[in-house]
Design a protein around this ligand. Structure first.
Ligand SMILES: O=c1[nH]c(=O)c2nc[nH]c2[nH]1
Ligand SMILES: [Zn+2]
Length: 451
C-alpha cells in the first residue's frame, strides 16, 4: 500500500480495478484489482490492493459507496500530455499539407494566424480545440497561440474554464518578410509578452501557466531572443520554440546567425535552453547538440505526424533517449493533421519501424516505451512531473477511464484480454469512444458538464 502522511483531507472518490501507468524504471506497470483514492483537492491520496479495502476505508475514512468498480474491459491510465500544439492552427487541421515548412508557414499559417486579432474568431477556434483535445484524452497541453495578447489570454481562460492543464504561449516574432502585417516590432513583442505574463498570472488559474514563446530563430532577431531569455529567467518561466525541423530552415538559421556554432547555440547564447524549455522537433540535431540539451535540462517534443506531413525529417527517438534528453510527444496541429495523442503514439511507432527497415540494428521502440513518452515523458519534458504524468501518491489525479470494449466503439473484443493487451489495443486501435471519462486534478472534465 502506497500512502502519504494520512493527512486529514477527505477522500472524494475511489476507483477499484486495473491501473496502468509508467515509472522512471518501468515503461509499463500494471496494477490489477487496485484501489486508488482521490482527495478533495484532486490529489492521489492512496494506491492499494483490492484486498486492503477494509483497512484503507478505516484509515482514510471513506464509505463503500465512495468506491466505483471498473469493469473487466476497463482500466485507468494517466492523462496524455501534448507537449506541442498550435491552438491557432486548428481551423485548417487536416488540410494544407502539400508544402515544406517555410513555404507552408508563408502560404497557410501566417495568413490564418493573423486573423486572431478578431476575438470572436479566436473564441470559436480555441473553444473547439480545447474541447476536442480533452475528448481525445489530452489532460495537459502546451499551446502556441498567436502574436495577439488578448486572444492568447482568452485561450488561457478557455483552458481554465474547461479544466485542462495548460501552458499557454503568446507567440513572439519581430521578423516576417513574407506576411508583413503578421509581425511585431521587438519593443511590442517584449512589452506584450510582459503584459501577457502579468495578466495571466494575475488571474491565478490553478492549472494554467504562461510560457515564453519565441516562434523560432528565423522569426526573431537576436535582440528579441536575448530579451525573452532574460524574461523567462527573471520570472522563472517555461520556454517553448521550434528547432532543427527541416534542412532548409537550418540553412536559413546559419545565414541569419553566422556567429553561432549551431542552431542550438543560437538559443543557448540567449539563455533559452533551460530545464523548463521544450523545443519541438529536433529531427536534425547533432549528437553534440543533444549533449547540450542534456546538460541544460532542455527537452524535446517529438511530433511525428507533422514531420511526415511536411516531409521535414525523421527523428531518431532511440538516439535521443540514449542521450538522456527529456522527451515528450506532440501533435503539432496543424503541421500534424491529428489533434489526438493516440495518433502521435502510432506515428512514433511507425517512425521507429521505418528506422528499423533502414537499419536492422536499430532497436525499435516498444509500445510500452511510447506509452511512457505520451504520459510520464511528456510531464518530464514540461517539468510538470511533480504534479502529473503517472499514478503516484501526492500527484494530481490526471487520468483517463478507458473501456476497450465501449459499445459502438472501434474495437471488437472476442474474449477477455489481459491488461497489457487491452492497453496495446487501445493505443493502436482506440479513439475517443473508448475514453469514457477524463479527469484533471481530480475534476471530471469529460463528459463535459452542462453550461
Ligand atoms: O511545425 C511548425 N509549425 C509552426 O507553426 C512553426 N513555426 C515555426 N516553425 C514551425 N514549425
Ligand atoms: Zn509547431
Amino acid at each position: 500500500m502506497e500512502t502519504p502522511d494520512k493527512s486529514s483531507t477527505a477522500i472524494a472518490f475511489v476507483y477499484r480495478g486495473t491501473l496502468v501507468h509508467s515509472t522512471p524504471k518501468e515503461a509499463l506497470q500494471i496494477l490489477e484489482d487496485a484501489l486508488l483514492g482521490v482527495d478533495s483537492e484532486g490529489k492521489i491520496a492512496f494506491i492499494g490492493e483490492g484486498n486492503e479495502s477494509q483497512k484503507l476505508s478505516e484509515v482514510f475514512r471513506f464509505s463503500p459507496s465512495a468506491v466505483t468498480q471498473l469493469d473487466q474491459h476497463e482500466f485507468l491510465m494517466p492523462g496524455m500530455i501534448d507537449t506541442h500544439i498550435h491552438a491557432s492552427q486548428y481551423s485548417y487541421a487536416g488540410t494544407a499539407l502539400d508544402m515544406p515548412l517555410l513555404q507552408w508557414l508563408n502560404n497557410y499559417t501566417f495568413p490564418v494566424e493573423s486573423q486572431f486579432k478578431d476575438l470572436e474568431f479566436a473564441n470559436k477556434v480555441y473553444t473547439q480545440v480545447v474541447k476536442r483535445t480533452l475528448r481525445n484524452g489530452t489532460t495537459t497541453a502546451c499551446y502556441f497561440a498567436t502574436i495577439h495578447t488578448d486572444a492568447a489570454l482568452l485561450l488561457g481562460q478557455i483552458t481554465n474554464d474547461f479544466g485542462q492543464r495548460a501552458l499557454v504561449g503568446k507567440v513572439c516574432m519581430d521578423r516576417n518578410d513574407a506576411v508583413q502585417h503578421y509581425r511585431e516590432t521587438s519593443q511590442e513583442s517584449q512589452d506584450e509578452t510582459n503584459r501577457f505574463i502579468k495578466e495571466l498570472l494575475n488571474r491565478k488559474y490553478p492549472l494554467v501557466k504562461p510560457v515564453v514563446t519565441p516562434r523560432f530563430a528565423p522569426s526573431c532577431t537576436e535582440a528579441l531572443l536575448a530579451q525573452l531569455g532574460a524574461t523567462a529567467k527573471n520570472n522563472n518561466l517555461h520556454i517553448q520554440s521550434h528547432i532543427s525541423e527541416n534542412l532548409e530552415e537550418i540553412k536559413l538559421v546559419k545565414e541569419l546567425f553566422p556567429k553561432s556554432e549551431s542552431y542550438s547555440d543560437v538559443y543557448h547564447k540567449c539563455n533559452l535552453l533551460t530545464d523548463k524549455t521544450v523545443m519541438a522537433h529536433g529531427c536534425h540535431l547533432s549528437d553534440k547538440e543533444l549533449a547540450l540539451f542534456r546538460e541544460t535540462g532542455a527537452a524535446l517534443s517529438h511530433c511525428p505526424n507533422s514531420n511526415f506531413s511536411l516531409c521535414s525529417g525523421l527523428l531518431n527517438v532511440r538516439n535521443v533517449l540514449n542521450h538522456k534528453v527529456k522527451l515528450g510527444l506532440g501533435t503539432d496541429v496543424a503541421g500534424g493533421y491529428s489533434s489526438s495523442m493516440l495518433d502521435a503514439v502510432r506515428r512514433t511507432l511507425d517512425g521507429s519501424k521505418v528506422l528499423t527497415i533502414q537499419d536492422r540494428e536499430h532497436k525499435t521502440l516498444t509500445f510500452e516505451e511510447v506509452f511512457r513518452l505520451a504520459t510520464l515523458g511528456g510531464s518530464q519534458a514540461l517539468s510538470l512531473d511533480e504534479q502529473t504524468g503517472n499514478f503516484q501518491v501526492g500527484k494530481d489525479f490526471d487520468a483517463l477511464r478507458v473501456n476497450v470494449a465501449a459499445p459502438g466503439g472501434p474495437i471488437d473484443l472476442i474474449k477477455y484480454e489481459e491488461p497489457q493487451i487491452r492497453l496495446e489495443k487501445f493505443l493502436n486501435l482506440g479513439d475517443d469512444r473508448n475514453i469514457v471519462e477524463v479527469f484533471v486534478a481530480g475534476r471530471k472534465v469529460v463528459p463535459f458538464r452542462e453550461a
